[in-house]
Ligand binder design. Structure first.
Ligand code: UDX
Length: 444
């Protein structure tokens, strides 16, 4: 199969490299010449474990190439994937589809023979219909089908998610397109990954429903964590107690500072808008988005409380800036709101993140960026753990304590045991757990 991938961002690059690894001939296209130049040199512009090796191998074996112009790639392609960005439109929260529609026009102009056009970008229900209309309008004679094939990749685990998916959703009523898609995903089919064939609108909605459900699950456990703090219960034990029920499932029940990233915040907002426009508002998702927003600021108040009610003139060390570990992605990261709120409260911030410092520097001003965790806590009145990087799970706590001005630790990811922290002489605050006492054993 010949595959063209339009858009070589996170989703396009990972998907393109994985399709090439399946044995297809793939061209990843991007309008940004600097990005294509870098990729051609073998420089991967994003941090994703395993991606550089995967790209290098497939380039070397002649299955993966890069281009700024889509003409050649699209002309010879059996399937053309649209994997361009769909950011939230400023002001109204709707997904901005201008890049998707432009890609549809560009593809239509040059495609040749029966072509399956696949939207991989997360797009609101009905976008496939509009893509089809645009292609038909641009090329009335074209022989094509438009398919929705949403991605369910987690950053940091994207290659594994692509190669061993829980399911693949393929939305189209066109029988020929189904056959092409079955061929594109053949190696996964042979691995017995469930492939769901649905209507196009159903596939589009499935993606939003999945992300909104996961965002709801996280927000639910976060609110249970708040309640645990009030009534003296332990959220990790509650999560385990409910998660062992197969109908609930144990994943995505880690209480923390609220979800961030490039998907959940944007996709929940887009679903809310779609539902309102359709006259079928999703009140649960509306509440989830609002509660999650408030939570990030509430985390700053938690730090201020741990510092005795004020951070004015105090130094707060922040470990972990990215929205989750194993990524350099700072989009909608809770650290952004937490640090800004602490600065508004008069705190001086020192910060360290294993991969996110470059992006953070362009987003957060007046922060002292440090070389490592120990440098970061030097002279601090409090330490806040915002992202659960493995490197922060096994800190030399005596050294940390020795370097801090006051031994206050606010652990927003519950990566330490409260009883141990208390024993070592820290004033330790975590999320939804009794602080410091015997209750802390068992599940950490
Ligand atoms: C998500 C979806 O998982 C993926 O299927 C979709 O295609 C894109 O969006 P991603 O944004 O990479 O992937 O991150 P994910 O690992 O899902 O985490 C999202 C956010 O939720 C992070 O901020 C994370 O810290 C938070 N989270 C996750 C929790 O706070 N608690 C949990 O139990 C799980």
């Amino acid at each position: 199969m010949r595959v063209a991938m339009i858009g070589s961002g996170y989703v396009g690059l990972v998907s393109g490299a994985c399709f090439a690894d399946f044995g297809h001939v793939v061209t990843c296209v991007d309008k940004d010449p600097a990005k294509i130049e870098a990729l051609t040199r073998g420089d991967i512009p994003i941090f994703e474990p395993g991606l550089d090796d995967l790209v290098a191998t497939n380039v070397k074996e002649g299955r993966l190439s890069f281009a700024t112009d889509l003409t050649e790639a699209v002309r010879s392609a059996d399937a053309v994937f649209i994997a361009v960005g769909t950011p939230s439109r400023r002001g109204d929260g709707h997904a901005d589809l201008s890049y998707v529609y432009q890609a549809a026009r560009d593809i239509a102009k040059v495609m040749d023979g029966y072509t399956v056009i696949v939207t991989k970008s997360t797009v609101p229900v009905g976008t496939g219909d509009e893509v089809e209309r645009i292609v038909r309008e641009t090329r009335p004679d074209a022989d094509f089908a438009v398919v929705s094939n949403p991605e369910f990749l987690r950053e940091g685990a994207a290659i594994a998610d692509f190669k061993r998916p829980d399911r693949i959703v393929i939305g189209t009523d066109d029988e020929r397109a189904r056959r092409v898609m079955a061929e594109v995903y053949r190696p996964l089919y042979l691995n017995q990954a469930p492939i769901l064939y649905t209507g196009r609108r159903t596939a589009e909605l499935t993606k939003y429903a999945a992300n909104a459900f996961l965002a709801t699950k996280i927000t639910f456990i976060n609110e249970i964590a708040d309640l645990c703090e009030k009534v003296g219960a332990n959220v990790q034990e509650v999560a385990r107690g409910i998660g062992l029920d197969n109908r609930i499932g144990g994943k995505f029940l880690h209480a923390g500072p609220g979800y961030g990233g490039s998907c959940f915040p944007k996709d929940t907002l887009a679903l809310i808008k779609t539902a309102q426009d359709a006259g079928s508002p999703m009140r649960i998702v509306e509440t989830v988005a609002a509660v999650n927003d408030q939570r990030k600021r509430a985390m700053a108040r938690k730090v201020i409380a741990a510092c005795g009610g004020s951070v004015r003139g105090k130094t707060v060390a922040v470990l972990g800036l990215t929205f989750k570990p194993n990524t350099d992605d700072m989009r909608e990261a809770p650290a952004l709101s937490i640090i800004t709120a602490l600065q508004d409260g008069g705190a001086k911030i020192r910060a360290y993140d294993p991969e996110g410092m470059e992006q953070a520097q362009s987003l957060l001003e007046h922060v002292t960026y440090c070389d490592n965790a120990y440098d970061c806590v030097e002279g601090a009145d409090a330490l806040v753990i915002v992202t659960e990087w493995n490197a922060f799970r096994a800190l030399d706590l005596d050294r940390v304590k020795g370097q801090m001005k006051a031994p206050v630790v606010v652990d927003l990811r519950n990566i330490y045991r409260a009883d141990e922290m208390a024993r070592r002489g820290f004033l330790y605050v975590s999320v939804g757990r009794p602080d410091g006492a015997a209750d802390a054993d068992g599940l950490m």
